[in-house]
Design a protein around this ligand. Structure first.
Ligand SMILES: C[S@@+](CC[C@H](N)C(=O)[O-])C[C@H]1O[C@@H](n2cnc3c(N)ncnc32)[C@H](O)[C@@H]1O
Length: 352
C-alpha cells in the first residue's frame, strides 16, 4: 500500500543494522504500525508481535496480517454463496474474492461522495474514483458488512476481506499517493476496472495482539524486548492524507466537508506531529515503557532535531545512531538549476 513513511523498502537495512548492534529478543512492539510492514517482517522472523495505530484502516490491516495466523476457510459463507464450492484448485479466499468481483454494482457512500456520479452538482465534482469503480467499491464494502451482520463471517475473515479492500483500492485511486487532493484528469490507473485482490496470510504460530488507540495510552502496559517507534516526522497529520481509505474501512457515513470531502478527525490527531509535544512524548515513552531495546526510525529532516532526540534517549540507556541514505531527489529552483538532496533515514538504537 502506498503510505507515507512506509518502511517496506528499508526492512532488510533496518534489520541488518539493529542486528549488528546485538538487538534481538522474542517480543516486538510496533508502536506506530501504519501499513504493518515492519510488524509483518518481524512476525515472519518468529517474533511475538503487539502493534497499534490511531487509524482504523491500519487496525484492519493489523487484524488481518498480525493478529490472524490462519488461512481463512469461510466455512459459514462459501456454502451460502458459491454452488459446488467454487474452483476447487483455488483457496477459499481466492474463491470469495472472485465472487466479490462478480457481484452487482451498488450506489453507496463512496459513489455518492467521491465520484462524479454523485457529485456532479459541486463546482468541482470529486474525481477520487471513476464512476464504475465507485460502484464496485461500494458493492464489495456493503457485501462484506452484510455478511458480517448475517454472521456468515468469523471476525478474522471479516478483517481479512476489509484488508483486501484497503490494499486494492489504492491501485485505482485518482490521486498522487495521498488523498488530500484528487487529480482533475483521469490517471490511467483510475480508469482500469476495479478488482479486489487477495492478501497473503502470515503465520508465526504465536498469540499476537493488536490495538487501535493513541499509543501513548498503552505505554504503562508495554512489556517487550524490542519497542519499535516509527512516528510521523512532520506536522502533517496522517488522517487527512488517508481520509478516504479510513472512510472505506469504517463505512460510517461521516459528515464530510470541503472540496475533498474530508471526514472529521479530532480524535485521530497525533502529538508526534507537533514540535511542542513530540519530544516530550518521546521522553514519556522512553521513560515509562518496559523494553530491552527502543528502536526509533526517523527522518533527518524531521521536526525533532537529531541532537534533541539523542539527548532525551541517552537518559535511559546507551544510544547508537545509524543513518541509511535512501532517497535522492532533484528540486528545481525556479527552473534554473537542479539540486541533489539526500534524505537520511535515521535509526536510533537505545539499549537499556
Ligand atoms: C511513519 S508512519 C508508520 C509507518 C509504518 N512503520 C509502515 O511501515 O507502514 C506513522 C504512523 O503512526 C500513526 N500514529 C501517529 N501518531 C500516533 C499515535 N499517537 N498513536 C498511534 N498511532 C499514531 C499514524 O497513523 C501512522 O500510521
Amino acid at each position: 500500500m502506498r503510505f507515507i513513511g512506509n518502511k517496506e523498502n528499508l526492512l532488510s537495512a533496518i534489520y541488518s543494522r539493529i542486528s549488528a548492534h546485538g538487538v534481538k529478543g522474542q517480543r516486538f512492539f510496533d508502536f506506530f504500525s501504519g501499513t504493518t510492514n515492519v510488524a509483518r517482517f518481524f512476525k515472519d522472523e518468529g517474533y511475538q508481535i503487539e502493534s497499534n495505530d490511531l487509524l482504523y484502516l491500519s487496525y484492519c490491516l493489523q487484524k488481518a496480517y498480525i493478529e490472524n495466523n490462519e488461512e481463512p476457510k469461510f466455512e459459514g459463507l462459501i456454502p451460502n454463496i458459491i454452488s459446488n464450492s467454487g474452483n476447487i484448485f483455488a483457496t477459499p479466499l481466492d474463491n470469495v474474492v472472485s465472487y466479490l468481483n462478480s457481484i452487482d454494482d451498488f450506489y453507496g457512500f463512496i459513489s455518492q461522495n467521491y465520484t462524479p456520479l454523485g457529485t456532479s452538482d459541486l463546482p468541482q465534482p470529486r474525481m477520487y474514483f471513476s464512476e464504475e469503480n465507485g460502484l464496485r467499491i461500494d458493492a464489495v464494502r456493503v457485501m462484506i458488512e452484510n455478511w458480517r451482520t448475517e454472521q456468515l463471517l468469523s471476525e478474522s475473515e471479516y478483517f481479512i476481506l476489509l484488508a483486501c479492500l484497503i490494499e486494492s483500492v489504492s491501485f485505482y485511486a485518482n490521486v498522487a499517493g495521498v488523498y488530500a487532493a484528487f487529480h482533475k484528469k483521469w490517471d490511467p490507473r483510475a480508469v482500469k476496472r476495479f478488482a479486489l485482490r487477495p492478501i497473503k496470510i502470515h503465520d508465526n504460530g504465536k498469540k499476537n495482539i493488536v490495538h487501535n488507540t493513541d499509543s501513548l495510552n498503552l505505554v504503562s502496559g508495554i512489556v517487550t524486548d524490542i519497542l519499535y517507534l516509527d512516528p510521523p516526522y512532520n506536522e502533517r497529520q496522517y488522517l487527512p492524507n488517508y481520509h478516504l481509505i479510513e472512510t472505506i474501512a469504517r463505512y460510517d457515513s461521516p459528515l464530510i466537508k470541503g472540496v475533498t470531502g474530508m471526514r472529521p478527525y479530532s480524535k485521530e490527531k497525533s502529538s508526534f506531529c507537533s514540535v511542542k509535544t513530540a519530544l516530550r512524548d518521546l521522553e514519556y515513552v522512553a521513560e515509562n515503557a518496559d523494553y530491552k531495546y527502543l528502536i526509533m526510525s526517523y527522518n533527518s529532516e524531521g521536526i525533532m532535531s537529531t541532537d534533541s532526540i539523542l539527548s532525551v534517549l541517552s537518559k535511559y540507556g546507551s544510544v547508537a545512531l545509524e543513518e541509511i541514505e535512501y532517497r535522492r531527489f532533484k528540486s528545481n529552483s525556479k527552473g534554473l538549476s537542479s539540486i541533489k538532496r539526500e534524505v537520511k533515514e535515521q535509526l536510533f538504537i537505545l539499549s537499556r
